[in-house]
Design a protein around this ligand. Sequence first.
Ligand code: TGC
Ligand code: FAD
Length: 387
Amino acid sequence: MALDRTDLFDIRSLLSEEERAVKDSVARFTDEKVLPIIGACFDEGRFPKELIPEIAGLGLLGATLPEEYGGAGLNAVSYGLICQELERGDSGLRSFASVQSSLCMYPIFAYGTEEQKRQWLPRMAAGEVIGCFGLTEPHGGSDPANMKTHARKDGGDWVINGSKMWITNGNLAHIAIVWAQTEDGIQGFIVPTDTAGFTAQEIKHKMSLRASVTSALYFDNVRIPDANRLPNVKGLKGPLGCLTQARYGITWGPIGAAIACLTEATDYTKERVLFGRPIAATQAVQLRLADMARRITLAQLLSLQLGRLKDAGAMQPQQVSLAKWNNVRMAIDIARDARDLLGGAGITTEHCPIRHALNLESVITYEGTETVHQLVIGRELTGISAF
Ligand code: TGC
Ligand code: FAD
């Protein structure tokens, strides 16, 4: 019996009925709504925000949160499958969902008051309120402990000054989750983006994640009430705890991008006749396709086990680092190789590999660069921090 070439080890058989249903519904959305438009969106440098109501309607925003806050109460493996199927379409759509779910809804859920949760989460799940997450600053994102943005207490208010850089959804967002230094260490604040002194400026000329909004944020005496502070966490572990959630999803997303590239490279090389035979009939091409399938299969197993650990409450941040490093590296290598297998045709956005390869240049950098994750593993093995 022929194997499913996108699932050589029958990972599907390891999924529950609910997990399969989630995967299939997001896959349908990607096939019907994303793939027909995404090449043009990338060309135009446009995030397809017309898809937000449907993404929300499918329950993909805050999917793991309890239903009382508008979530779908799904498990971590289902969230991973959502990321995988969205990123099979484009990393920009997965980014949108990651930021909304893991970087904005999660901190309100995990660190916020009951009032904050009720005020924001249901409308965020419905896609009516969009969030962005401001941690990175212009002087160096890998070292967020060296944060300059600060919040000063002034009576019952906080006054925020500083800037953030490379912020996904920045110009789309109604609220920003902003991390700032205070006298008590780093704290998180919910900043409505219509507050006086807040400015978002879209970053243009990107060659990567072109179907995603990326912005710089500026805070000039932005005054917000203490009720907008996330009271239940202090210190770097606040934002790092959010990153662990998002990075977990990012271990799954690039599997989708890699599957899209392998599928297109396989189809193309079976059609492309050179020297009297399809290039897929040559050993060199088959070796390359086989290697892609091998690496995708390993990544699928890695993310599934990570998800099972997360659902059991046993996942460790170091495991997330290893999987983010492995799976993004796997996908970017495959996207570049698939691009080459398409020859000249591979350089246009008529075909997906170059779009995925360019997008993955961001994915390998954000949420901790590849080097940062390698150093996390190095520290785990040696007990020596080499940052
Ligand atoms: P260290 O000072 O040792 O630890 C500080 C505190 O944090 C705790 N912690 C974690 N907690 C949860 N999850 C993690 N992954 C954690 N890592 C550390 C730690 O236990 C400690 O707690 P406590 O109670 O003792 O205070 O920090 P470190 O040495 O571990 O961190 C160094 C380093 C380099 C790993 C960290 O700074 C880092 O990860 N840098 C990279 C920054 C980064 O990833 N930025 C991403 C910005 S957001 C983004 O890119 C969004 S893109 C979204 C999209 O479009 O999809
Ligand atoms: P740097 O930290 O300046 O790193 C530069 C180089 O130095 C890298 O190669 C890095 O690996 C290397 N390096 C760093 N430290 C060491 C070391 N100790 N040893 C050896 N090498 C080292 N941030 C947010 O807060 N919110 C967002 O929504 C968000 N979205 C993003 C969207 C996009 C499209 C992009 C590109 C970035 C986004 N980011 C976001 C920022 C992202 O997290 C940072 O770009 C990333 O953390 C790296 O920071 P940096 O760009 O300042 O690079």
